[in-house]
Design a protein around this ligand. Structure first.
Ligand code: GDP
Ligand code: ZN
Length: 484
């Protein structure tokens, strides 16, 4: 891969016969020359930077018209890659963009590798590494909050904090090294100041680290499995949930799969619901495969919604299913609560308000059948619903958010959230700084302080890209798609 090549790629998602516009993007020294071979702008339009030209893309030899399109010209360094960039805004679908791309390749452009536009933007100093990664996050965002977090990062919020912390470390390092090199000429090292600075950086690093879990949730979302006996109301529950318009995003077509996926958003967190009951159910078949299916779905889920029929109460079959999922985080959904007369509900459930004193529905409860067998001693959160009446969905969502300790998320204040790579680097920062603190406390020679301090500095630099190896870059950018 040569960075001096002029690269080309289709920059928009393409699918046959769909989409109004498709974009082919060129970047590099020859971008403008290649575009001029192919694009014919009528009238007095001039090829100036940051202008849009209107015209036709024609085959350079046969002069056949390939597409009618707009051409956007961005000369270096005022472009995403800081190279000359040309974009052809073609008609949507596949044919136009593919033909225009092919013509660009015939004219000497090379097909861009995954993430190569962003890589160039990084290498040319247009963006730092956290910003580059957030581009990928923004494109892949499954909820508005995930997108918000990516944008905060894209605008450099994470990079700013990290550069500030790295700067502090560098300051301290300079002071210490000066004492190593010119001990006699300088006032003694202010050890208290060093301690304070190291402590500050460590604390702030830990604060940023604390956003990792949220980052993971926002990025990948939460997989929730709905399990339970046939007819307890699993499908009804999913329907009611999907229909509550606070939640619904899309229905993924589940045509050939036996598990129907729905994509919802709860409290800003993308949630993928695996409805194990999405299959057409014939009682006996389901009886046989139900348990096995519940087990499978539960294994791949982050959270299990175990539905039982409140009008029936716990049965042996429920218990069997519960056994298969109890090693996962479980919320017990007592559905068909509308069929339970108030007084008997009280008796059969004997709910006790949770010690947290949260909402009325927040019961922690151990079913009697489980208690008898010494199971579920820890208690499971319970939510009461009447799915066919669309009741209890809000409580269900609240219970889910509590389960993942994310109540705070919906309360706005969404900021950057780090990813796993950044987390690994920050853990190194915190560890190295802890070592520095030990070295200071043990009054080890100054050389020992600087070794770990340097480690911390380079770990921060690896996040922002100020100190980064080629293989790390490869790893990051190969996850991008082509055209980004
Ligand atoms: P699944 O087999 O677990 O998916 O159950 P379904 O969602 O197909 O529901 C089975 C039957 O129970 C259907 O006739 C539903 O209308 C009914 N049902 C579901 N939820 C409720 C509820 O909350 N209250 C009442 N009364 N009936 C319900
Ligand atoms: Zn069903």
């Amino acid at each position: 891969m040569s960075l001096s090549d002029t690269i080309a790629a289709i920059a928009t998602a393409i699918s046959p016969q769909q989409g109004g516009v498709g974009i082919v993007r060129l970047s590099g020294d020859r971008a403008v020359a290649i575009a001029q071979q192919l694009f014919h702008a009528g009238g007095k339009q001039v090829w100036e930077s940051h202008r849009i030209l209107y015209g036709y893309v024609k085959h350079p030899v046969s002069k056949t018209i390939v597409d009618e399109s707009l051409l956007l010209l961005m000369k270096a360094p005022r472009s995403f890659t800081r190279e000359d960039v040309v974009e052809f805004h073609c008609h949507g679908g596949i044919m136009a963009v593919q033909q225009v791309l092919n013509l660009c390749l015939e004219q000497g452009a090379r097909l861009a590798e995954a993430g190569e536009f962003s890589l160039r933007a990084f290498l040319n100093g247009r963006i730092d590494l956290t910003q580059a990664e957030s581009i990928n996050d923004l494109v892949g965002a499954k909820s508005a909050q995930a997108a918000q977090s990516a944008i905060a990062s894209l605008r450099g919020k994470l990079a700013q904090s990290l550069k500030y912390l790295r700067g502090k470390c560098l300051n301290v390092l300079t002071e210490i090294e000066a004492r190593i090199d010119f001990e006699d000429d300088l006032p003694p090292l202010d050890v208290e100041w060093v301690k304070a600075e190291v402590k500050t950086v460590s604390q702030e690093s830990q604060q940023i680290l604390a956003t990792a879990d949220r980052g993971e949730l926002l990025r990948t979302g939460l997989k929730v499995a709905i399990v339970g006996r046939p007819n307890v109301g699993k499908s009804s529950l999913l329907n009611a949930w999907s229909r509550s318009d606070r939640a619904i995003v899309t229905d993924l077509p589940g045509t050939t799969r036996d598990v129907v996926d729905s994509q919802l958003v709860v409290g800003g967190i993308p949630i993928q619901v695996l409805d194990t009951a999405g299959i057409r159910e014939t009682e006996d078949v389901v009886e046989k495969i139900g348990v096995e299916r519940s087990r499978q779905a539960a294994q791949s889920a982050d959270l299990v919604l175990m539905v039982i029929d409140a009008s029936v109460g716990w049965s042996e079959k429920d218990l069997e299913i519960y056994e298969t999922v109890r090693d996962r985080p479980v919320i017990l959904v007592m559905n068909k609560i509308d069929l339970v007369p108030c007084s008997s509900e009280q008796e059969s459930l004997t709910p006790s308000p949770s010690p947290h004193g949260r909402g009325e529905q927040d019961y922690i409860f151990t079913p009697p059948l489980l208690r008898e067998r010494g199971l579920g001693g820890e208690g499971i959160p319970i939510v009461k619903t009447a799915a066919s009446q669309q009741q209890g969905i809000e409580d269900l969502e609240a219970a889910i958010l509590r389960c993942i300790h994310q109540d705070a998320i919906s309360a706005a204040n969404i900021d950057v959230a780090i990813n796993q790579r950044q987390k690994a680097c920050l853990l190194r920062v915190v560890q190295s700084l802890a070592n520095v603190q030990i070295a200071i406390a043990d009054q080890l020679p100054l050389d020992f302080w600087t070794i770990d301090l340097r480690d911390a500095i380079s770990a921060i630099g690896e996040i922002t890209g100020e100190e980064v190896t080629e293989s790390v870059l490869d790893q990051i950018f190969s996850r991008f798609c082509i055209g980004k």
